[in-house]
Ligand binder design. Structure first.
Ligand SMILES: [Zn+2]
Length: 608
């Protein structure tokens, strides 16, 4: 039975370029799992978008002297380009600045309000008399009253990590310049303490299969600190309007932490709309059997493992009642396989200090699959990892090129040349015990690699596939068809047929990780229908203007594709059924060997 799999990936903030740490942290693992389930024939919906609200983007706009919309779109368009380059196959990558997202957010807000989980309260906030407005957190800096750090934000200290009370900040100063005074302001709060028992129950039910690091940062944290109410509105004029009379007019908007996570739901709804099947999103959102996976970095665990489920459980069936006059609860997250961080050459990645490998820049020098390979084998699944240029080179040359790429190229080229562009024609029953043993080992890979992918252990999954490539190399060393062909063509033919069939299967096992090279290899084998669909962008118009979205079109039969990306297709996640005597296409190398000088060249770019 095909399953409904929602792949929800952290929304990148629209004030910085995406670097390799972001790619390995969330976008790439999400894509690998999405591609795997698509190959298996499951119904996959993969969504995310640009987080276009909040203060970092308004500060960037102030600094550049440009409208906020122009600034968020500049980064957003760069993201779309990057995802196409890396083959991050979003069914929909949109933004939070859409009419649809506003509507869905407001319905969640109202559902929580009607269910009694919202209240209003007053607090003190820094106010600028000269510009006559409240200054949100990042606009005010000062000295931390806990650790003495001089560059603390009014709501949080990046040095000691503590959440701060704005009025206690020492020597507060406005980032815009000008005087500051404390004034009283009123906001809506989400009463998370009321939802604490539900959130604990939700987490306890998932204890057996969630990563320890995620349980530690969610359930364990709630057990020791409890769930406290949080403001969900703030004094800012850029963001989602508050659906209560007078609040938006008073210069307040919904707080970005509250609305960005709602994007996973609103993007699914937008995807259904642009696909011309308005109700289709329900298969992943109003379906207790759907499995939702959230791919995020460790700094976002509490948002996705505690606050987001609290929002969903608090809104309960009231959301759908407001939105579609129907009373059913929304689906809750199944897994939140959050990653730790990736460092760079032993130091924390910093975009502003240029201590970073930026995603788009790296693509100008390296193939996407070479980058995807290193980012997978080095994925920070359970602890922080490190991008090291010498290791990148070694992994590329010794594993990707030597173990896998050369295996495929050597066997295909040898066969193409000696069997006149065809797979050796033989009776499959004539295969020898050693041939059958190899094919059976590779066949088992669909279970062993698949089990790791189901459990989102991606390093182990790709390691298992690479191990099987080594097994084929050993088989070839033993049977040496290159010399056997001179004395016993029939025996060499059996070896080559067996190796080709194994490679044809390995191509599928590697496909979720290395989609570009697997697709090329697929065409060398002479298949018509591609393994994967294609990505494209589209403009969507609404009352807020035009926004560009990234989409994915699945394929079914040779030369035929359809707009309904969600439909299950015939499973391709299965061992090769390569026909003896079938025609091949001219093969070529899959990967490039890198020269040693690359290491010093790349290190010299850092921090400049
Ligand atoms: Zn501090």
């Amino acid at each position: 039975m095909p399953e409904n799999i929602l792949i929800a990936i952290a929304w990148p903030y629209s004030n910085a370029e995406i670097h390799v740490g972001n790619i390995t942290g969330s976008h790439l693992p999400g894509d690998i799992v999405a591609r795997y389930h698509r190959l298996k024939g499951d119904k996959v919906l993969m969504v995310s978008g640009t987080d276009s609200h909040g203060t970092p983007v308004t500060i960037a706009a102030d600094r550049e002297g440009k409208p906020v919309e122009e600034v968020y779109k500049k980064y957003h368009n760069g993201f779309l380009e990057l995802f196409q380059g890396y083959g991050i196959t979003y069914d929909l990558f949109t933004t939070t600045h859409t009419e649809n997202h506003f509507k869905v957010t407001q319905a969640i807000f109202l559902a929580l309000k009607e269910n009694g989980f919202l209240y209003t309260d007053k607090s003190m906030q820094w106010y600028s008399p000269s510009t006559r407005r409240f200054l949100p957190d990042r606009y005010v800096e000062g000295t931390c009253y806990i650790c003495g750090f001089e560059g603390a934000r009014s709501d949080q200290c990046d040095n000691c990590g503590n959440v701060l009370e704005p009025e206690k900040l020492i020597n507060p100063r406005s980032k815009e310049g000008g005087a500051l005074e404390l004034r009283e302001t009123e906001h809506f709060y989400l009463d998370l303490s009321k939802l604490e028992p539900d959130v604990k129950e939700f987490l306890t039910q998932r204890l057996s299969y969630w990563r320890d690091t995620v349980i530690g940062e969610s359930l364990r944290k709630i057990e020791s600190e409890g769930l406290k109410p949080r403001p969900i509105t703030r004094d800012l004029d850029w963001g989602v309007d508050i659906p209560v009379e007078g609040w938006t007019e008073a210069g307040k908007r919904i707080y970005v932490w509250f609305e960005a996570v709602i994007g996973y739901l609103s993007a699914a709804i937008e995807w259904a709309k642009v696909s011309g099947q308005d109700e289709k999103w329900r298969e992943w959102w109003v379906n207790p059997d759907a499995k939702q996976f959230y791919f995020i970095g460790k700094d976002n665990i509490f948002f996705h493992a505690a606050w987001w489920p609290a929002q969903l459980m608090g809104a309960d069936s009231q959301f759908l009642k407001i939105f579609a006059e129907e009373e059913k609860p929304l689906t809750l997250p199944y897994d939140v396989p959050a990653n730790q961080f990736m460092n760079l050459e032993g130091k924390k990645i910093s975009g502003s200090r240029n201590w970073a490998v930026f995603g788009r820049d790296a693509l100008t020098r390296y193939d996407a699959d070479a980058l995807r390979y290193y980012l997978t084998v080095n994925m920070p699944e359970n602890k922080d990892s490190d991008w090291d240029w010498a290791e990148f080179l070694a992994r590329n040359n010794n594993e990707l090129v030597a173990t896998w790429g050369n295996l495929a190229n050597r066997v295909l080229s040898f066969c193409y040349k000696n069997w006149d562009g065809h797979v050796p024609d033989l009776e499959p029953t004539s295969l020898r015990p050693a041939d059958l043993e190899l094919l059976s080992a590779i066949e088992n890979g669909f279970n062993s690699v698949g089990a790791e992918l189901n459990a989102v252990r991606l390093r182990s999954a790709i390691g298992e596939a690479m191990k099987l490539a080594t097994v084929v190399n050993v088989y070839l060393d033993v049977n040496a068809p290159w010399s056997a062909i001179k004395t016993d063509r029939e025996s060499a033919g059996k070896t080559i047929y067996t190796a080709l069939k194994a490679i044809d299967s390995l191509k599928v096992l590697f496909a979720p990780f290395l989609p570009f090279s697997s697709e090329r290899l697929h065409t060398f084998f002479g298949y018509d229908a591609p393994l994967f669909g294609e990505q494209y962008t589209e403009d969507v118009n609404d009352s807020l203007g035009t926004h560009k979205v990234l989409r994915y079109k699945n394929f079914t039969l040779p030369g035929v594709h359809r707009d309904d990306e969600s439909e299950a297709r015939a499973p391709l996640w299965k061992p090769s059924d390569l026909k003896p005597g079938s025609k091949l296409n001219q093969p070529g190398p899959l990967f490039k060997k890198l020269e040693d000088k690359v290491i010093e060249e790349e290190r010299a770019r850092l921090g400049k």
